[in-house]
Design a protein around this ligand. Structure first.
Ligand code: MG
Length: 386
């Protein structure tokens, strides 16, 4: 089998949040917590197979968590996390995947962009993990008093998924089995001198270790959504050329729009509206015109990045509404195609995207045919802050 396989580690006895149910099976929005992690990998286009490592005594709980998902049969874990991962890796030997992503079952929200970044980094390295830079100041304490302040430069908090070349991490785990317990798979990889990259994790990719975390996860999923609205406005001027690109659609015209990227004024306004709803600055800040990598760039890249930022915050786009302002070219015949491009780039339903057009009755710069303006509104649903 080629492609990447996900190994979800859920064999811990864990802390029980009441009753006999280990925490990885605690109910979260009506499904066992583990279901959410399994579903995130089973639904990711870069993952070809998913296997969980469990305690066989929890098999009934597992079956509830796996309901409705296409997964490989689970395998039994061991006495420690490290042993459970090794047993999981051994069980994949006959499938021989190229790459394996190892993930803690108690992290219910590994977002698609985070999984994607780990997979992408594995094209360049034999290992890559999701992690976040340490932003708090770190103190060393002794008997309840500060005994020193640690430099936080270069320090990262390791999350999962942690991805590796399958044959290399299997060998590393076999070798490390005799050593002292290591707390994550990157430590096993380091033990074997593998090259491991750090890629950006996400604040939402937290581990549920206490009943408070479970409440936070519940709020994240459905309890505390808030609605956010952003607006975007953009203008590009006409210059010599034979076509314009509006919302990713090429339209023949006797002039072109000038700009550093492909000058897609429609996608720029929508990107700014999404960034505005996130309060994350503007398009010029994220994709500076001074940066040569954006010269002639397809503006769908900017839109895709804004959409990823929404997903990373655990949010979703409720609707987008765009108005293009120009005398020519005629936008009407292309409106549906434009909305379809936007919906596809953002992976949202077409019914959430509206593209409209108007003229200014010959008034002002659009009326004089000097350029095209675009105005957009984005409505997002974001998890409310705890
Ligand atoms: Mg622009």
């Amino acid at each position: 089998m080629s492609g990447a396989t996900a190994l979800i580690v859920a064999a811990g006895r864990g802390e029980r949040f009441g009753g006999e149910r280990p925490k990885q099976y605690a109910p979260l929005a009506g499904r066992p917590l583990l279901h959410h992690s399994l579903a995130a990998f089973a639904g990711h286009p870069g993952i070809s197979a998913v296997r969980a490592v469990i305690r066989m005594a929890d098999r009934d709980f597992y079956d509830q968590a796996a309901e409705g998902l296409a997964l490989l049969d689970p395998v039994a874990g061991g006495a420690s996390r490290q042993e459970s991962v090794r047993l999981g890796l051994e069980s994949l030997e006959s499938l021989a995947p190229d790459r394996v992503l190892i993930h803690d079952g108690a992290r219910p929200f590994p977002s698609a962009p985070v999984i994607g970044r780990v997979l992408e980094a594995l094209e360049r390295s034999s290992g890559a993990i999701a992690a976040l830079p340490v932003t708090d100041t770190l103190k060393r304490g002794e008997a309840g008093r500060i005994a020193g302040t640690l430099a936080r430069d270069g320090l990262w908090r390791a999350q999962t998924p942690q991805g590796f070349s399958y044959p290399e991490i299997l060998q590393a785990h076999r070798t490390a089995a005799a050593a002292d317990e290591l707390t994550d798979d990157a430590a096993v990889a380091e033990f074997a001198d593998m090259d491991v990259l750090l890629v950006e994790g996400a604040a939402g990719n937290f581990k549920v270790t206490s009943p408070e975390d479970l409440k936070r996860a519940e709020a994240w999923l459905r309890g505390g959504a808030e609605t956010r609205v952003g607006t975007g406005y953009d203008v590009h001027r006409f210059g010599p050329g034979d076509h314009v690109t509006l919302c990713g659609v090429r339209i023949e015209h006797d002039r072109a729009l000038l700009g550093h990227s492909d000058a897609d004024v429609g996608l720029h306004a929508i990107t700014d509206a999404i960034l505005g709803a996130l309060a994350e600055g503007d398009i010029g800040q994220h994709f500076p015109p001074s940066d040569p990598q954006w010269r002639g760039a397809a503006s769908s890249l900017f839109l895709k990045r804004a959409g990823d930022m929404v997903a990373e915050r655990g949010g979703r786009i409720l609707n987008l509404d765009l108005t293009l302002v120009c005398e020519a070219p005629k936008v009407g015949p292309h409106r549906q195609a434009m909305a379809a491009v936007i919906a596809e780039v953002l992976a949202i339903e077409a019914g959430r995207v509206s593209v409209k057009a108007t003229t200014t009755e010959g008034l002002g710069f659009p009326g004089r045919g000097e350029g095209i303006a675009a105005q957009a509104t984005a409505t997002l649903s974001l998890p409310a802050p705890a």
